[in-house]
Write a protein that binds this ligand. Structure first.
Ligand code: AP5
Length: 230
């Protein structure tokens, strides 16, 4: 079990926030910011899968070739991982999920799981952006190998080339951020994840943010949604 945070912020979340949107829309960037603000965990199934790959677990070995092709990892593998993670004590003040759920089956399972764990249904923030805009964001993305901070060689360069501003860690590029993998990732989003927009809208849980704006503007929009959520 993880420890509870020692210095709790004044504003509390007490619920699950889900960031939904295409690859490169800025979900991870905003999830880190929101999680920092509320002192809650930023959960990303993509990060969890990459950690499993790095550790060479059985799950990681199964997920690696699928992710390298830009396809979605089967629900059965992802759901087990999510169930374990949100039962950690550090999630009891709420959490920000980025990149999950990604299929209607995952969303249905997640809804049931939240109920069973005593959480309200999630607030879903839809990162609306023209897919044509995400190519430059994805191919320009660099990640700190130490703390996972997200940079972009075009939009958010580091002060010292190749080194993280926060901890000096070396920067890396994700294997699926190569230009030729972007099209299959966008196709998987359109086919399997975009139907969630209608799904959550029907449930009255979804709100849109214009993800084509600069980072600070998107942050403002996200905060308005989260603070106004019933
Ligand atoms: P995952 O890791 O979830 O990746 P993704 O959804 O494809 O999203 P990205 O991380 O690419 O983009 P983002 O929206 O977080 O953008 P970011 O903030 O980094 O998934 C990877 C793979 O894992 C999947 O393909 C699948 O195989 C598997 N997987 C994961 N979850 C799964 C699930 N639930 N089920 C099945 N399979 C699963 O920003 C991008 C760049 O843009 C950065 O460089 C950033 O600096 C820059 N940027 C951000 N915001 C702005 C802005 N407003 N203006 C300008 N630049 C910006």
């Amino acid at each position: 079990m993880d420890k509870l945070p020692e210095n709790l912020p004044l504003e509390r979340l007490y619920r699950a926030i889900v960031f939904l949107g295409p690859p490169g829309a800025g979900k991870g960037t905003q999830a880190k910011e929101l999680a920092r603000k509320y002192g809650v965990p930023h959960l990303s199934t993509g990060d969890m899968l990459r950690e499993n790959i790095a550790r060479g677990t059985a799950l990681g070995m199964q997920a690696k070739p699928i992710m390298e092709r830009g396809e979605l990892v089967p629900d059965s593998l992802v759901l087990k991982m999510v169930k374990q993670r949100i039962q950690n004590a550090d999630c009891s003040f709420g959490f920000v999920f980025d990149g999950f759920p990604r299929t209607v089956a995952q969303a249905q399972y997640f809804g049931e799981l939240l109920k069973r764990c005593g959480y309200e249904q999630p607030v879903v923030v839809h990162f609306a952006i023209d897919p044509a805009l995400v190519l430059k964001r994805i191919t320009g993305r660099r990640l700190c190998k130490v703390g996972g901070e997200i940079y972009n060689i075009y939009e958010r360069p580091t002060k010292v080339e190749g080194r993280c501003d926060l901890d000096g860690g070396e920067l890396d590029q994700r294997p699926d951020d190569r230009e030729e993998i972007v099209a299959p990732r966008l196709a998987a989003y359109a086919k399997q994840t975009a139907p969630l927009v209608a799904y959550y809208r029907r449930l009255g849980r979804l709100q849109d943010v214009d993800a084509a704006q600069p980072v600070e503007e998107v942050t403002r929009g996200v905060l308005e949604i989260v603070r106004g959520a019933k």
